[in-house]
Design a protein around this ligand. Structure first.
Ligand code: PLP
Ligand code: COI
Length: 354
């Protein structure tokens, strides 16, 4: 695929790496590629980062035809830059596109878009501890009329933001509230995709939780409100009586790449790690009888984030004395070690950028 590069004449001053937040500042450029039915993807280009013109009737604005991904470029100790399992993100984007009737990407072209873009923005990959360049590929449907149909025009973009920790707590335990009113997704819906609408539907509960001092909500399944699903921006794992449990992918949960990587690490090391249904009653019983040993969330933005407190129906439960547990710390060290190039990548998960 040919990518036309037009470099900015006005490069920005890069932010102080010690003050980086999540997704606030953006790099100098963005990748854009258009899709037209019958013609396919065309006009791949990298241009100066800036506002995007939209038709007021655009499908994305009215019917939520939008999907996205999130992955990071990491600065290694030797100064080189690498991505973590980028093909997993590309495949998940295509699975989201399929569900939302948006056009699929050619996997190799999408990888070329990512690597060419990161290579150009390489100087934006920060090197301070726990910082990275967050990459946000996204696709919108942009037919310029109000009919509700599979779109004939779409645009794929990649933007990038140098980031620090997602939670202000960093690696310190976060407080999570189990949500019993709103639901995020149902089987047969879009829960397994990364579409903007999932996040729009999640915001009200997230906002209520924040007002009460919690970082995010833990969702229950949308049908019976009985089974644990995932947190707002991460999957969850628990260590209960020696067993590591994460909710099975029933269709309403995002199949996280960090979740998959944690499971692969744990299984390769002989841990008893299982994907299965986990009811909120089983979890609360474990909190009450002392068998809940650890709880953590895992996701690209949040990495591995210990959960120090759970709240459910007005009651609060402290997990592991509010401290990070042994398995949580081990997964954090292993994954961040591979991602930032401090540990051998024996799984072959990283991809160096030229
Ligand atoms: N669940 C939700 C709802 C998310 O937004 C994310 C973040 O991407 C995850 C889980 C974790 O997925 P991943 O590990 O692929 O980043
Ligand atoms: C990610 O971890 O990439 C996410 O998508 C979280 C995001 C919704 C902030």
């Amino acid at each position: 695929m040919e990518i036309k590069v037009t470099k900015t004449q006005n490069p920005k001053v890069k932010p102080d790496p010690s003050t980086l937040q999540f997704g606030v500042e953006f790099t100098d450029h963005m990748f854009i590629m258009d899709y037209t039915a019958g013609e396919g993807w065309h006009d791949a280009r990298i241009v100066e980062f800036g506002r995007i013109p939209m038709h007021p009737a655009s499908t994305a604005l009215h019917y939520g035809a939008e999907i996205f991904e999130g992955l990071k470029a990491y600065r290694r100790p030797d100064g080189e830059v690498q991505l973590f399992r980028p093909m997993e993100n590309i495949r998940r984007m295509n699975s989201s596109a399929d569900r939302m009737c948006l056009p699929l990407l050619d996997e190799n072209d999408a990888l070329q878009a990512l690597t060419t873009f990161v290579e150009l923005e390489k100087d934006w990959v920060p090197s301070a501890p726990a910082t990275s360049l967050y990459l946000r590929p996204f696709m919108i449907g942009n037919d310029e009329h109000l009919g509700v149909h599979a779109v004939k025009h779409a645009t794929f973009y990649i933007i990038a933001s140098p980031v620090g920790s997602y939670y202000k707590e960093g690696i310190n335990p976060v407080k999570i509230m189990i949500e019993s009113d709103d639901v995020r997704a149902v089987r047969g819906g879009t829960g397994y995709t990364k579409c903007g609408g999932n996040y729009a539907a999640s915001t009200r509960a997230g906002q209520r939780a924040e007002e009460q001092g919690y970082s995010q909500v833990l969702w229950l399944d949308g049908v019976e409100r009985k089974y644990i699903e995932e947190v707002g921006a991460m999957n969850v794992m628990f260590k209960i009586n020696g067993e590591i449990v994460t909710p099975a992918l029933t269709g309403s949960i995002l199949p996280g790449i960090t979740r998959k990587s944690c499971l692969e690490v744990l299984k390769s090391e002989g841990y008893n790690a299982n994907e299965r249904l986990l009811s909120v009653d089983e979890l609360i019983d474990a909190c009450e009888n002392g068998t809940l040993e650890e709880a953590w969330g895992c996701g690209t933005a949040a990495v591995v984030s210990p959960i120090g407190e759970l709240a459910y129906k007005g009651k609060k439960y402290t997990v592991n004395g509010g401290k990070i547990g042994e398995v949580t710390q081990h997964l954090y060290d292993t994954l961040t070690g591979i991602q930032w190039g401090n540990k051998e990548d024996k799984f072959g998960w990283t991809l160096r950028i030229k």
